[in-house]
Design a protein around this ligand. Structure first.
Ligand code: EPU
Length: 438
């Protein structure tokens, strides 16, 4: 087990680059399953989740080559991400086991592609995770509307469509990212037209549509609430490598870090248009945000002002940035209300933040954060990826040392975080965690 030791007080300054988005790369890897042959992705983050997804694809019969060896080498990879090559066999296997699915919830996204291509898929039911109960009802309803039979047996979701899938009109109750992706990846090989209404509009969905289009899929409306998909008989691998869309959550983290530490950071590759509300909130907090051709720069010379935030599906404020803004609000001037609408257990993180001296009170899915002058370094525990990043940022502005344990969560989502923060002047290191109790 490892932990991060962070010394508070450094002002972050300089330039970093962002890699491709975790939440796109994992799904693009599943998209590859839709065609026999070789798909190359570029800009893939060197993170544990990508390694787990690679392992899952291997078990389905694919040959997957990562540009790096799994393990500590991840930390020093190119900041803009690495390449992976996936070779998909003519007949992939169709079963995804619990040992991987429970560690990587995103593996549920192989359900749609396997069902569409092989007429069957058996994917372990992922269960809950640290950020709360996460339903699959919309994934299942959508695939059933395309003609699949789905049952739950012995902990697995078993989906079959012996005569193939047929296009249908699907209205999602909520613009779920995962459900939109699974239905989309199935509909591209269904007979006839599928319309997904109230679809998720995230940049990662647009990225998936763009890879699918280069494989021969016919999709209209990417990035809007209505996706219209004309099914085709077969897809072929994209003729050239696909560049993964930049990680807006990583870019947003560095923007918040610059603001909290009264720093000056240019985020190369960060797409300001994908972070409109978040960057606007940082401006309200007092930061100066200047987008340029290939990134944006965030600078700050005062204590941030508290800002209210309400998480919503894209283009609303991203839930994955909520813990970072809560950390910023904890040292801001004034009191703020943080409302979490997507994941019920994301406020568990606030209890760890309180260990650093934050003044926080929660009522259901609202939290009242009263800004304090200073946080005070202490041992804390990362409970999920984004909570971990929030605690690291809190440690950067806390008096003395903060140790963040359970960094395996952070490793799931942030490539080379320690190296990048150090290059901006942060005092942070990775060290063995002497605590014998996991
Ligand atoms: N939901 C249902 N039923 C469904 C699908 C979703 O009730 O069939 C609920 C979920 O329980 C949740 C809400 O709808 O409360 C949002 O879920 P959504 O399906 O939109 O999210 P997801 O696909 O499970 C992805 C990201 C998350 C990110 C959310 C929202 C991946 C691998 N995960 O999750 O990322 O927070 O979209 O933007 O793409 C992270 O990276 O730390 C992370 C959690």
């Amino acid at each position: 087990m490892e932990r991060f030791r962070v010394a508070g007080g450094a002002r972050l300054a300089g330039e970093i680059a962002v890699c491709g988005a975790k939440n796109s790369a994992l799904k693009l890897m599943a998209v590859a399953l839709l065609a026999e042959g070789r798909t190359e992705l570029r800009g893939v983050p060197r993170i544990l989740d990508v390694e787990l997804m690679a392992e899952l694809l291997r078990r389905l019969g694919c040959d997957v080559r990562l540009d790096w060896e799994p393990g500590p080498e991840r930390e020093d990879g190119p900041q803009k991400g690495s390449a992976i090559v996936i070779d998909v066999p003519a007949v992939p296997r169709t079963e995804a086991d619990y040992d991987l699915v429970r560690r990587l919830r995103a593996s549920i996204c192989v359900l749609g592609p396997l069902l569409a291509r092989q007429g069957e898929a058996k994917v372990s039911y992922p269960g809950g995770d640290a950020i709360g109960s996460r339903g699959l009802d919309m994934h299942i309803d959508g695939l059933e509307r395309l003609g699949a039979d789905i049952s739950q047996e012995h902990g697995f979701l078993v989906a079959t469509a012996k005569d193939g899938l047929t296009g249908a009109s699907i209205l999602l109750d909520f613009p779920s990212v995962g459900a939109t992706e699974n239905i989309l990846m199935a509909a591209v090989l269904a007979r006839g037209t599928t319309v997904i209404d109230n679809a998720a509009r995230e940049p990662e969905i647009v990225d998936i549509c763009s890879l699918l289009a280069s494989m021969g899929a016919k999709i209209d409306g990417a990035g809007s609430s209505t996706l219209v998909i004309e099914g085709v008989d077969t897809l072929s691998p994209a003729p050239s490598p696909h560049q993964v869309v930049a990680d807006r959550i990583v870019a947003g983290m560095f923007a918040v870090a610059a603001t909290m530490t009264r720093g000056d950071v240019r985020v190369d590759g960060g797409n300001a248009a994908h972070l409109e509300i978040a960057l606007d909130k940082l401006t309200q907090a007092g930061a100066t945000v200047v987008p340029d051709e290939t990134g944006f720069r965030v600078s700050m010379d005062r204590r941030p002002r508290a800002v209210d935030i309400i998480t919503l599906p894209y283009p609303g404020f991203a839930t994955d940035l909520q813990p970072l803004f809560a950390a910023m609000n904890s040292i801001a001037e004034g009191t703020s209300m943080v409302t979490e609408n997507l994941f019920d257990a994301r406020f568990v993180f606030l209890q760890e933040l309180a260990r650093l001296g934050a003044s926080v009170r929660t009522e259901g899915h609202h939290a009242i954060v009263r800004g304090v002058e200073k946080l005070s370094g202490a041992p804390v525990r990362a409970t999920d990826i984004r909570a971990g990043a929030g605690l690291v940022l809190a440690g950067l502005v806390a008096d003395g040392h903060t140790t963040v344990s359970d960094v395996r969560h952070i490793d799931r989502g942030y490539q080379g975080l320690v190296t990048q923060l150090r290059s901006l002047g942060a005092q942070i290191e990775r060290e063995p965690d002497p605590d014998p109790y996991p």
